[in-house]
Write a protein that binds this ligand. Structure first.
Ligand SMILES: [Fe+2]
Ligand SMILES: [Fe+2]
Length: 374
């Protein structure tokens, strides 16, 4: 019996996966197809969606869209997903021994084959196939055969980021998968729905712009892009309150706000960064110190700014929706030289305050002095 095995995290499964599976079935002509969602890939780490949700999405996004002749012989194998531990492919194939096995995967996974558990035993236990993905230079080992066809340049990693930024993913995901993600509020949809219902439309749009820019800057500068996106999404969560409620919140929660009296007298809106940090912790369950620090420091800055603090400060000051003339140049500069962009953004903020004869918070002044030090 010829068995086609399709393993992966499927976090979430997309149209590229479905096209690859159908093309592989047409080429290999199996008697049986087994889709094996992993509990946790030994190489890729923990998926965002839990195993139960990924099993349902594998049915909606991989099995259901198959042409009927292949759907009839296809089943989803839940053993790996339910194992509650990473299962190596060598174990999965061992359980299917006796059949003529054909294993398919994407180009990136195929290229990582030498790092898989027991590659020499694996190599001889199946015929190996991969689907080429445009835009990747990863080279699979020579024993991999290419599945004929062109497959869209989609990756689940990119889709998770797009979903968390409220972008339209209908070209890449089947409607049933998208509906399931929305119903279960997976991939950051829970955070988006709270922000959407508490912020003004303009503030929500700004939030998405900041999160997107922070994520791109983090990628460019080798920081954690998931943390940067989350910090960007939550940085203005406190803006749901008008100034007098921000002041009441800070008092009630006894937030440690430096120069609180001067802030209350000059511009209580400056409290929103501290309130956003508190909301991030309490309402959104964030405990990561880097994310919380970036949210806290995005308005006033600090004497010592960590990499994520700098990224969020610049992303907030130079986001796409900022109208001032230096925003576009700061945005472009930030990809080449983050510190130079930070200096430009702080200078702009100070100049704006001075032009209005406004009080300057000592944290901003000390940040400027650190950046201006020869
Ligand atoms: Fe803000
Ligand atoms: Fe902001």
């Amino acid at each position: 019996m010829r068995v086609l095995v399709f393993g992966g995290s499927f976090d979430p499964p997309h149209r590229g996966h479905a096209r690859l599976l159908a093309a592989a079935a047409n080429r290999i002509r199996p008697d049986k197809i087994v889709i094996v969602p992993a509990y946790r890939s030994p190489l890729k780490g923990t998926p965002q969606a839990n195993a139960k949700d990924r099993l349902v999405m594998a049915r909606l996004g991989l099995l259901d869209p198959l042409p009927s002749r292949w759907r009839r012989i296809c089943r989803i194998d839940a053993r790996e997903a339910r194992a509650r531990r990473p299962v190596f492919t060598v174990e999965t194939l061992g359980a299917l021994k006796g059949a003529e096995l054909h294993f398919i995967c994407g180009q990136d996974a195929a290229a990582s084959f030498p790092k898989w558990r027991n590659p020499s035993l694996l190599k001889s236990s199946a015929t190996w196939w991969y689907g080429a993905r445009p835009g990747t230079s990863a080279r699979p080992p020579a024993h991999f055969r290419q599945i004929p066809g062109r497959f869209p340049a989609i990756s689940s990693t990119e889709l998770r980021s797009l979903l968390a930024l409220d972008r339209d993913c209908s070209p890449e995901l089947f409607p049933a998968v998208l509906a399931y993600i929305n119903k279960r509020r997976l991939y950051g949809k829970e955070v988006l729905s709270v922000l959407k219902s508490t912020l003004s439309p303009a503030r929500y749009a700004h939030t998405l712009n900041v999160a997107s820019l922070a994520e791109s800057l983090a990628r460019r500068h080798g920081a954690d892009s998931d943390k940067a996106r989350l910090a960007g999404l939550l940085h203005d969560a406190g803006r749901r309150y008008p100034p007098h409620l921000l002041a009441a919140y800070a008092r009630r929660r006894r937030l440690a706000v430096p120069e609180r009296t001067a802030i209350l007298a000059s511009d209580p809106m400056l409290l929103h960064a501290y309130v956003s940090e508190d909301l991030a912790r309490r309402e959104f369950g964030v405990s990561d110190p880097e994310v919380l620090s970036a949210v806290r420091h995005h308005t006033l800055g600090a004497r010592r700014m960590r990499p994520l603090d700098r990224i969020l400060y610049v992303a907030d000051a130079a986001s796409l929706d900022r109208g001032h003339p230096s925003a576009a140049s700061a945005r472009a500069l930030a990809f080449a030289d983050l510190d130079a962009a930070l200096k430009l953004c702080v200078a702009e903020k100070m100049a704006h305050a001075i032009a209005r004869e406004a009080w300057l918070h000592p944290l901003t002044v000390s940040l400027w002095n650190c950046l201006a030090r020869p």
